[in-house]
Write a protein that binds this ligand. Structure first.
Ligand code: IVH
Length: 502
């Protein structure tokens, strides 16, 4: 091939791969099989290896990462990265005005300052990840930086290039001379689960939540590691435009960013609404949808939609006066393990349960959290006296996520002398009891099974009671008025031994 042919072929390959990548990672609608993408990718890699002068800063081959950096360099943000003021709602309050008092205040203040009767707000989820600023010059990604202190952050360009859904080149023939886009890097729940499973299998440390996993993955000096971590991105703001007209509303900004190839959240999660009532109904809808979303959010964000009105409102210290974060109740909290007890299920399955010092999490007060099974307790090494992170997401049963080891109660080690005395945990590691805590029958755990069971069958009061509850329950006979407590009493006093006695 002549030099001209090589240049043309490399350029075609870059264009094809960029398009296929966008279809796959942003639109979720691939038009070619993975094998075809891989074939073209290897062809481009081979071309660039043989002719390094063909490499360009927007080449998809950069997505695999490169040689480790000694350290991240610092960059000063051309436009400071701001934070947001917070509002909360008390979802336990029955009355709309009481429930959403802080939201109503926010809308009132804006209407008063602008002298407008009704304000239109652009809404969005508040992504639970890390803020990133992306700088495109003549349509090519030039620099990516973390928020840092808002004034300057770390140069993470190499790592950001490995995020498949972030365009290395804008999808527009006449790109703006300069475009600075802000958004959030995060890890989808399924990618987080997968990463933790891999970490566990390798004996490496697992991450407590997707946010930590995303932060840990982005702050790798070795971008080849970042490349393997499946990070995602959502754009949520434009910080600067030169050489193109800046859309007049926030909603139009998001549509434009989408056209340029950026991932933005699905349109039904970013409606433009009117007034406090519109905001509140968005908040309650998203709160309902939160557990089913593929990524974690810690609230929603409201932005005055009109950029002209945004400018009129301006800023206070480090935050815009035209936007606010409306937070959801935290899904995680720290509390103390007072005891570890076992629950016996309908089929005899024994589940260790942590009895906790009452804590407000996920919008309710929690006093128990499941520890799933013996192996889980061992793996997390949960002990009496421990401070633990409890999680309650949506209507899911609260669980213990991890122990805060620094707070474990310790005592001087037995047997040490005055000079070499170490410390040991005050409470022993958990062991599943050998006998059922309810009926005293042997507990058996079959080879290869995670679940241990009480061998007592229906002679075990717990299994009997649960079996009857199952029978009377909604999915079976749906017997009105025959609830858990009532059945427990009937079984306890010996009135009912089996469903036939009902
Ligand atoms: S806008 C000028 N929109 O929240 C306003 N921020 O406290 C700049 N965040 O560090 C932020 N989702 O990481 C905005 N849809 C969203 C967001 C969002 C998450 C984070 C962002 C920022 C923090 C602000």
């Amino acid at each position: 091939m002549s030099t001209n042919d090589l240049v043309a072929r490399a350029s075609d390959l870059r264009q094809l791969l960029t398009r296929y990548g966008h279809e796959y990672y942003v639109l979720d609608a691939p038009s070619v099989p993975d094998a075809e993408y891989d074939r073209l990718f290897r062809e481009l890699q081979a071309l660039e290896d043989a002719h390094p002068e063909l490499k360009t800063p927007d080449s998809p081959t950069l997505r695999v990462g490169g040689a480790p950096l000694p350290a991240f360099s610092q960059v000063t943000h051309r436009v400071p990265m701001l934070s947001l003021g917070n509002a909360f709602s008390d979802m336990q309050a029955a009355d709309f005005d009481l429930r959403h008092a802080e939201l109503i205040q926010f809308d009132e203040r804006i209407r008063r300052e602008l002298g407008e009767p009704v304000i239109r707000y652009a809404t969005e989820p508040k992504f639970d990840g890390l803020a990133i600023s992306l700088l495109y010059r003549d349509g090519v990604l030039e620099q990516a930086a973390t928020r840092g202190d808002g004034i300057s952050g770390e140069n993470v360009t190499e790592n950001i290039r490995t995020i498949q859904s972030i365009p290395l080149k804008l999808a527009i023939s006449q790109p703006p001379a300069l475009l600075e886009v802000r958004g959030e890097v995060l890890m989808f729940k399924r990618d987080f689960e997968r990463l933790n499973a891999e970490q566990l299998a390798r004996g490496d440390k697992t991450f407590a939540n997707p946010r930590n996993a995303a932060a840990g993955s982005l702050r790798q000096l070795d971008s080849r590691i970042t490349a393997q971590r499946r990070l995602s991105f959502f754009a949520y703001a434009i910080a600067q435009v030169e050489g193109a007209s800046w859309p007049a509303t926030h909603a139009a900004e998001m549509d434009w960013l989408q056209q340029l190839g950026f991932p933005v959240v699905a349109a039904d999660l970013r409606p433009v609404v009117e007034g406090a009532a519109g905001l509140a109904s968005y908040y309650e809808t998203v709160m309902q949808r939160r557990p089913a979303l593929p990524f974690e959010i810690d609230g929603v964000v409201y932005k005055v939609d009109s950029r002209a009105l945004q400018e009129e409102l301006g800023f206070v210290s480090r935050a815009p006066r035209w936007a606010i974060a409306h937070k959801f109740p935290a899904e995680e909290a720290i509390t103390l393990v007072e005891a570890i007890e076992e629950q016996v299920g309908r089929t005899g399955a024994i589940t260790p349960v942590a009895r906790l010092q009452a804590v407000f999490v996920g919008g309710v007060t929690v006093t128990n959290a499941t520890l799933h099974n013996e192996d889980e307790v061992r793996r997390k090494d949960v002990r009496v006296g421990d401070s633990v992170i409890v999680r309650r997401a949506g209507d899911v049963i609260p669980e213990v996520v991890a122990v805060v080891l620094e707070r474990r109660p310790m005592r001087p080690q037995a047997g040490g002398d005055l000079f070499s005395q170490g410390e040991e945990p005050q409470y022993p590691a958990y062991r599943l009891p050998s006998h059922c805590p309810v009926c005293g029958s042997h507990v058996v755990r079959e080879e290869g099974e995670a679940i241990a069971r009480c061998s007592g069958g229906l002679s075990c009061q717990a299994q009997r009671s649960q079996a009857i509850q199952h029978f009377a329950g909604r999915r079976m006979m749906d017997i009105d008025g025959l609830g858990e407590r009532y059945i427990d009493k009937l079984v306890e006093y010996g009135y009912v031994h089996s469903v036939a006695d009902l």
